[in-house]
Design a protein around this ligand. Structure first.
Ligand code: P5A
Length: 429
């Protein structure tokens, strides 16, 4: 991709409306633009990150046996009247009539819709268990949209829904999502703390939030610092994490005799990037979903729902990975793998070498952003550091004469002068 043909409106100044570093950097690095309060356009660079995050989420959902579908953003009010949540949800729900006066809403979540959909497809215990998910835009008319995509009004969520015949099977589905969440966040280079949580308007009595630790997080957490030591790659990790104590400060305050010795009690701020719930027959009962059990009895299947804030994660990853020069993307979600910097676009040898490198990296399956603009070296380096691609490959006239290029690792700042072939094999080998 040639930067001279791209849309990358970087800002030199920090925008006054952005209070936290991820929001500042998302605006400065040209990832998003606000189109209305809490409503964002995703510019090309931001969209690439959003898509990569969504594909990691999708891969881990598929691995856990969840099945993808796609439900609409717009829902009928009548669906929500069946569950009794239409009135209960309150002013966060965006409601509007169609031309025929029928009441519609922009979905803030999809428990009702999936229950109705699945109810009409399934009649027997043989069709269960199932976990279905989609990755779809939601709208919540938040009182205080803030911190950019972190608390937007329109945002992208992965929401999964499990249906099981009994409590034991339902808990197994919950555990499968719990494990998938740990893998999902670890694959993005993040360490997530699972926190026992109240269930709020979704309902039920078993729930965990997943938090990324960051000083700018909206929640205050108390947890057993032994959590920090758990090896996420260990198959026992979910069980160990669930056995350890972690709560939001508000909940912690309701417990007088905290079981964690003071010396081990950690107090940190966190960003909630995921939230899972097990709520039994709350929706299947109110919406009349019954299936025939093995013994012929009709039963209401038990449900769980499982959310990941896909667009919020873009902000959370930046909160966890940046320095004074800009963003430092983990390799797994970076918008491009390599930023190729041609320092002298007016020099034929430099331009020919850069074009050749772009072509060879592309052929090796690497995503390359090639800065071929007529601009000073200092400006090109500042842009590359700001947008935070994992590798920078720098082509200049002296090096080209000697058959070398410079390779810089964004995260560490390490630079190496290498022959063109060894730079290529380092990046694409
Ligand atoms: C679980 C899936 C639910 O809605 N129903 C379907 C359940 N849970 S939740 O906790 O309310 O939301 C799930 C995740 O969505 C993200 N999120 C947001 N992201 C950006 N802006 C918002 N206003 C916003 N609200 C929720 C969070 O990551 C949350 O964990």
């Amino acid at each position: 991709m040639l930067l001279s043909r791209y849309l990358l409106p970087v800002l030199k100044e920090t925008p006054a409306e952005a209070q936290i570093v991820s929001h500042q950097l998302m605006l400065r690095a040209g990832l998003v633009r606000q189109m209305a309060a809490g409503i964002y356009a995703w510019l090309p660079l931001g969209l690439r990150v959003l898509d990569r995050i969504a594909s990691i989420v999708r891969r881990e959902q598929d691995r856990a046996g969840a099945v993808e579908l796609l439900m609409p953003t717009i829902q009928a009010a009548d669906l929500w009247r069946q569950s009794g949540r239409y009135e209960a949800y309150g002013p966060e729900m965006l409601r509007f009539p169609d031309r025929g006066g029928r009441e519609l809403l922009y979905g803030p979540t999809n428990e009702e819709m999936i229950t109705a959909l699945f109810r009409d497809c399934v009649k027997s215990y043989r069709d269960l268990p199932r976990t279905l998910y989609h990755i779809q835009w939601k709208f919540r008319d938040e009182v205080r949209p803030r911190f950019g995509v972190m608390r937007g009004r329109e945002f992208l969520m992965k929401d999964a829904y499990s249906f099981d015949m009994d409590e034991e099977a339902g808990r197994a589905s919950y555990d499968a999502q719990f494990t998938a969440y740990l893998r999902t966040f670890a694959a993005m280079g993040l360490r997530a703390v699972p926190v026992r949580a109240p269930t709020g308007p979704i309902g039920g009595n078993l729930s965990h939030e997943f938090h990324i630790l960051a000083d700018t997080g909206e929640s205050e957490l108390f947890y057993d610092s032994a959590l920090d030591e758990v090896d996420l790659a260990d198959s026992e990790a979910p069980a160990r994490l669930r056995a350890l104590y972690a709560m939001e400060a508000e909940e912690h305050a309701k417990v007088a005799d905290c079981p964690v010795p003071a010396a081990r009690l950690a107090r940190r701020r966190g960003i909630e990037v995921g939230h899972i719930f097990f709520f039994g027959s709350k929706y299947t009962e109110s919406m009349g979903m019954e299936v025939q059990a093995r013994d012929g009895q009709l039963v209401h299947p038990l449900m769980g729902s499982y959310g990941i804030g896909v667009s919020r994660l873009v902000g959370a990853i930046i909160e966890a990975g940046h320095d004074e020069h800009g963003i430092v993307w983990p390799d797994a979600v970076a918008p491009f793998d390599v930023g190729l910097v041609n320092l002298r676009v007016d020099d034929d040898a430099c331009s020919a070498t850069a074009a050749d490198l772009q072509q060879r990296l592309f052929a090796a399956g690497k995503q390359v952003l090639h800065d071929d603009r007529e601009a000073r070296g200092g400006e090109k380096f500042a842009t590359m550091d700001l947008i935070g691609l994992p590798w920078q490959l720098i082509v200049g006239p002296k090096g080209v004469k000697a058959g070398t290029v410079e390779l810089k690792r964004r995260a560490t700042g390490e630079r190496h002068e290498l022959s063109i072939e060894s730079a290529l094999s380092r990046l694409a080998g």
